[in-house]
Design a protein around this ligand. Structure first.
Ligand SMILES: Cc1cc2nc3c(=O)[nH]c(=O)nc-3n(C[C@H](O)[C@H](O)[C@H](O)COP(=O)(O)OP(=O)(O)OC[C@H]3O[C@@H](n4cnc5c(N)ncnc54)[C@H](O)[C@@H]3O)c2cc1C
Length: 416
């Protein structure tokens, strides 16, 4: 199909190769699993929601550990096109299931963060653990019950700081607090946790990050959140009660949020590409349906009202893809416009992909709403993206801050 040829254009060779390997895996393992019973995502327990074998195959073909440095056994990826490659792999996995994509991308993103900010001894201890166990998941814990938007804007005033507190006592950090909505939070084995270490400072100077192994005394996973979409990823909530961590498990003191750009920027790209994968699947399924299903004596696509919807779906997909390519190249090249483009991708992809899936629902009629057709799943999955990596409204505000740094960008606390 023409849309596929557009996918090819301008892709670096290694990225294309990773895309092909991932596509084969998705077609042979992921799609057959989800198709086998559309109701399984509602009936399985969090523990057995995704077969171990799928993670093992993902590991065998090398799409689980890009981001882990090669010296520790991670999949080698050209750093010059790393984010472009992440984008294409996550799009492909998401075409099969976006929850599986969520599971994987957290491993890549947190690995990139750790290789940038973790002291050498922690890298030497934990990266080999990630590599040797195909079920080893990583999580990144920022959001708290009081709300996450203040962390995204961010309001750099003490009142908007993290509620989770870390206090240094002798040679140990003592951490108290709660995190919610965390991807892989229910079943990860290693967590990056953000906490306030200076209540007098604003969030940009008073937030530190820590590496927390599962099983640390005082750390409990409270629940697996039951979500509308992305259900094959276990989203979790956790509590820290006088949790003691060795002093050397500190990653960044004070400026943890500013140093996490290496996580956030690729994060928005990957978010957009997960969206895109869902839209591509919705388009593929719809293209088949409207060229076979007959109403009014002809196949649906021959009705102009249908054709208009299909054209809109295809155009939105290409527009998301174009913006994604531009933004992921900007991140790989560390260009000054990378941040605004990343926010634009997050914004545009969240809204456009939901529209694409809405057309898919419309064109499938009643079948679209039935659990045994798979279209309602794509619509549910797409709706999740509105709130991941920041809300749509907060992302718009960030774009304006990026565009007008001297006026809107200064809004980070009371006006002078
Ligand atoms: C599936 C899923 C996975 C997630 N994974 C993770 C994860 O791995 N790690 C993690 O740390 N977090 C994670 N999150 C949390 C996510 O980042 C937050 O949900 C998101 O940033 C929004 O924060 P909130 O839900 O607290 O909403 P709130 O901040 O409470 O916002 C509520 C509403 O108020 C609006 N609002 C807030 N502030 C303003 C303002 N100043 N101006 C105008 N409007 C405003 C928002 O736009 C929104 O409409 C995940 C969320 C979901 C749904």
């Amino acid at each position: 199909m023409l849309l596929d040829e557009m996918v090819e254009r301008g892709l670096p060779e290694e990225t294309r190769m990773m895309r092909d390997v991932t596509r084969k895996f998705v077609n042979e393992h992921v799609i057959p699993f989800t198709r086998q019973n559309w109701q399984q995502e509602w009936k399985m327990t969090p523990e057995d929601r995704l077969p171990r074998r799928i993670l093992e195959v993902a590991d065998e073909i090398g799409i689980r550990t890009p981001g882990v440095p090669e010296e520790f056994g991670g999949t080698p990826i050209d750093p010059k096109t790393e984010v472009q490659t992440f984008a294409v792999i996550s799009e492909e996995i998401s075409r099969g299931d976006c929850g599986l994509s969520d599971k994987m991308v957290q491993i890549w993103k947190v690995s990139v963060l750790l290789r940038n900010v973790a002291p050498r001894h922690l890298q030497e201890k934990w990266f080999p653990e990630v590599v040797k166990d195909p079920t080893f998941l990583l999580a990144h814990c920022l959001t708290e019950p009081r709300g996450a938007s203040d962390r995204w804007l961010p309001y750099n005033v003490p009142e908007a700081a993290m509620n989770t507190r870390a206090v240094l006592k002798g040679d140990r950090w003592v951490i108290n607090g709660r995190k919610q909505f965390i991807s892989n939070g229910y079943d990860a084995k290693l967590y990056v946790v953000y906490a306030n270490t200076n209540p007098k400072a604003g969030i940009l100077q008073g937030t530190s990050s820590f590496l927390v192994p599962r099983g640390t005394k005082g750390f409990s996973v409270m629940r697996c959140n039951e979500t509308l979409g992305g259900r094959f990823m276990n989203n979790g909530e956790m509590v820290f009660e006088d949790m003691e961590l060795p002093k050397d498990h500190l990653l960044v003191e004070g400026t943890a949020l500013s140093r996490a750009g290496v996580y956030f920027r690729p994060g928005k790209i990957i978010q957009g590409s997960k969206n895109l994968g869902v839209a591509v699947r919705a388009f593929e399924e719809t293209a088949k349906y409207v060229q076979n299903y007959v109403q009014g004596g002809r196949i649906l696509i021959k009705h102009q009202a249908t054709a208009i919807r299909v054209a809109e779906m295809a155009t939105k997909i290409c527009a998301v893809r174009g913006l994604l390519r531009e933004a992921s190249r900007a991140v790989d090249e560390n260009s000054p416009e990378a941040e605004v483009l990343c926010n634009m991708v997050k914004l545009y992809a969240s809204e456009a992909v939901l529209e694409v899936c809405k057309h898919a629902m419309e064109l499938h009629g009643g079948n679209g709403t039935m659990l045994d057709f798979g279209i309602e799943k794509l619509y549910r999955d797409a709706s999740m993206f509105l709130h991941m990596d920041g809300t749509v409204d907060v992302t718009k505000f960030k774009i304006v801050k990026n565009l007008f740094p001297d006026t809107a960008g200064k809004y980070a606390g009371p006006e002078a």
